[in-house]
Design a protein. Sequence first.
Length: 479
Amino acid sequence: MAMCTAAVLPDAWASTVRTREQDSQRIVMDTIRCMAASRYKALVDALASDIRTGRLAAGVRLPTHRGLAAREGIAVVTATRVYAELEAMGLVSREQGRGTFVRDIAVPAGHGIDQQVVATDAVDLNFNYPSLPGQAGLLRQALREVATSGDLDSLLCYQPHRGRPQDRASIARHLRRRGITPDADQILIVNGAQHGLAITVMAALNAGDVVAVDALTYPGFKVLAHAFHLDLEPIPTTADGPDLDAFEKLCATRPVRAIYTMPTLHNPLGWVMPATERTRLIKIARQHGPLIIEDASYAYLVEDPPPPLAATAPDITVYVSGLSKSVATGLRVGFVVAPPSTVPSLERAIRATTWNTPALTTAIACRWLEDGTVDHLEAQKRDDAKARQVLARQELAGLPLVSHPSSYFTWLPLPDDARADRLTATLARQHISVTTAEPFTTSMHTPQALRLALGSTDLDRLQSTLRTVRRVALEDAYA
């Protein structure tokens, strides 16, 4: 037994030593990791504190990842994590080819993709909600007419998910004046154009699907893409629309499931795609198979535009529009025109989200479609938008504006070395709220630019506000 014990002890002892060495190594490594994590968190906290207290001023370019690593004695990968966490906290912004910058956290909320309340004493150049004199009177009259109609009881009941047949027929007649000739069975009534886009995404796309979009596009679609985990592929833009060579190349190299486009009065750049380019876009889509999602929310402002994509390619296009922009933002009535094969899935998406559009607002909207009120308001708003564009050209003279002559917004590119967030902060202190390019950008590079919405204040106040914008821009960005 002793011999046996003597023979076994050395091996057991060696095993014990190896275990203790491994435990010691783990303890050392755990200590190093804890120290590294502690150092990493301490650095994040220190930089965050410097930004919040103003010791690091808005617009300051931070060291490169390697520069930060060398200065702080940390690994480059740790420096990258530090900046990523600061970016997630909204304290810094990363710009491709330029570096990492301190964001101006004094800029009021609402300059990302989410709309926030603008201060009551500020002029809102973020969002358009144009209202014409007399619209309140029109609503009173419409409510009286609905109240005395024999149809009142039916408005208290559930409606068909995609709308009553007579209401869809009214919308079909309205759309014929826009160059589309859909059957009423192809129309679905929704709670505004944004809801129309949402049900289109729900019905036609899945998480991970590749969707082509303009490099600058409508922020509401970005919200949907984020919510439904779509893979947005930005397409460079030209003066007349998306770069179709780039779109064709993208379709040849990736499985593009859809293209989201605004061919008639693009938001935010204001271009109207020529008929030849529309024909080519449709040809590419037919060749490679992506669905076309056509957003026509602002199309009513353009007189005699080329035919909508849905007019030429109704079998592969979902057309989305509504009356919020052309009539009133509070009138959440929109419509979707879809290929017959997609209508059932779109109808299920309406049921899953809102069941149906409120019958009362739909009834008022369809009365106004039938009696010419919508046509009258759209004509007035075209004239109003033109007057505001003329005013903008006068008061922002000398600045490189990009816009359509009958649009309710204008795009103001800034010099490459300017800081749009600093300019918005300066304007905020002047009680003017504007939007940077950030919420519109889908590419890695966010241009330095402002989007100015012109339709949410009276002309006199707009004039004085634009004068202030010009003065601040010249002093801050073009000095």
